[in-house]
Write a protein that binds this ligand. Structure first.
Ligand code: SF4
Ligand code: SF4
Length: 110
């Protein structure tokens, strides 16, 4: 059964930590949706599908967790304190951006 989260929080059935995790998950879903909407908007504005996408790392948001590196099919990402993308190896598939828990990766057309 689906619960109304706001109602559960109001009734204090969620601890603050649980609420935080739920809200982070919801925010992440919205960020992924926005990212794919932006991708489509770019395609429509250009009148055609771009040949390729590249990834940008927002180092203010990146916490160096390595989730992006673990899913990259070409090994284009290295992580020390923050993630770095090798532009020669990246194929713009977007898997890294979908996995990042911090919304630190965004795709842009090239
Ligand atoms: S998944 Fe996101 S937060 Fe984690 S290392 Fe990659 S860019 Fe940084
Ligand atoms: S877009 Fe794809 S190939 Fe490029 S860094 Fe991300 S996961 Fe790797």
């Amino acid at each position: 059964m689906r619960h109304n989260i706001a109602l559960l929080i109001k009734k204090e059935k969620f601890s603050k930590e649980e609420e935080l995790q739920v809200l982070k998950k919801k925010a992440r879903v919205i960020e992924i949706r926005i990212s794919s909407l932006k991708k489509r908007i770019n395609e429509l504005e250009r009148g055609h599908k771009p040949l390729a996408y590249m990834v940008d790392v927002d180092i203010e948001r990146c916490v160096g967790c390595g989730a992006c590196r673990d899913v990259c099919p070409t090994g284009a990402i290295s992580v020390q304190e923050t993630a770095r993308v090798d532009r020669k190896t990246c194929i713009g598939c977007g898997r890294c951006a979908e996995q990042c828990p911090r919304g630190a990766l965004s795709l842009y057309p090239v």
